[in-house]
Design a protein around this ligand. Structure first.
Ligand code: NDP
Length: 285
């Protein structure tokens, strides 16, 4: 009887596809003007969300909340027929500035009335030999990839808690948080991504009682400016790394869209503290 009673309360009342709708939801994506972040933002907006894409200010004097619409007509909105169209907005800010990040999300809430989804995605890659790793560079990688991710999640989580919103916070980790590759010299990056994996679990446990979910995504090698800049310096590396992946190739940024939508939406209401790998099987190799 106990099981029947429990299930009675949770009988599905929505179609599976409607679980992915993000109509009336508001999202923040850091690192959202290119690469993986932009694809995440497009996925959310296509499902109906208003998405604020945040990147470093183009110049230090810029007003960080000088919001500029750059895409009101999005492709693919037919996929969820009858749903409201989303939109993308561009804002600037630095994820390493804790108070500024809190202010960014406050300002989004002032404009939109809510914040439902937070993709803490901004990150940098920097390589140097471990025994010579410069202190400044090590600190910069950890500031952006670890502290910046926490400050972004905090900024959104604080507002979700205040407004009683059962939100979804998603951290971009990496397969580099789990495995490493000889010859990369990525001690700072790998350390930072490992920290992000554990950060997601810690935040998930603390925020679950408030109804806020926290998960991470671990992409494998994805073609973006970040990987492009690195590969450019080492001819033949792209072929070598492709051969190391079970699929024999790199991923594309748009291959992160589906997992973004799953974790951001009501399709994953019982999923928190999880990491989802999108790496072509690299970690299973
Ligand atoms: P890109 O370099 O294309 O994008 C990184 C984004 O982060 C840029 O938009 C950049 O903005 C932004 N950013 C950097 N520093 C800051 C900061 N201090 N404040 C705000 N924004 C900042 O990289 P990817 O799209 O490849 O990477 C996105 C995320 O995915 C990163 O966390 C990365 O570690 C992770 N990842 C990437 C993989 C890959 O193979 N590409 C694999 C696994 C994980 P700006 O242009 O203004 O500097």
């Amino acid at each position: 009887a106990g099981v029947d009673a429990a299930l009675a309360g949770s009988a599905p009342t929505r179609t599976a596809l409607s679980l992915f709708s993000l109509s009336d939801r508001v999202a923040l994506v850091t690192g959202g003007h290119r690469g993986i972040g932009l694809e995440m933002a497009l996925a959310l907006a296509e499902a109906g969300a208003v998405v604020y894409c945040l990147d470093l200010p183009p110049n230090p004097d810029a007003d960080w909340l000088k919001v500029q619409s750059f895409a009101n007509e999005l492709p693919g909105t037919d996929n969820l027929k009858g749903e409201k169209k989303g939109r993308l907005e561009y804002i600037s800010g630095d994820v390493t500035d804790q108070k500024a990040m809190w202010g960014v999300v406050e300002s989004i809430v002032d404009r939109e009335g809510r914040i439902d989804i937070c993709m803490a995605n901004a990150g940098i890659l920097h390589g140097a030999e471990c025994l010579e790793y410069p202190a400044e560079d090590f600190k910069r990688v950890l500031d952006i990839n670890v502290s910046g991710v926490l400050f972004t999640a905090q900024a959104a989580g604080r507002q979700m808690e205040r407004l009683g919103i059962r939100g979804s916070i998603i951290l971009t980790a990496s397969m580099s948080g789990t495995i490493t590759n000889p010859g990369q010299h990525w001690v700072a990056y790998n350390t930072s991504k490992s920290a992000v994996l554990q950060m997601a679990r810690s935040l998930a446990c603390e925020l679950a009682p408030k109804g806020i979910r926290v998960n991470s995504i671990s992409p494998g090698y994805i073609f973006t400016k970040m990987t492009g800049d690195f590969l450019e310096k080492q001819p033949g590396l792209e072929e070598k790394w492709s051969a190391q992946n079970p699929t024999g190739r790199f991923g594309r940024p748009d291959e992160l869209r589906g997992v973004t939508l799953y974790l951001a939406s009501d399709a994953s209401t019982f999923c928190t503290g999880s990491d989802i790998k999108v790496d072509g099987g690299q970690c299973a190799w």
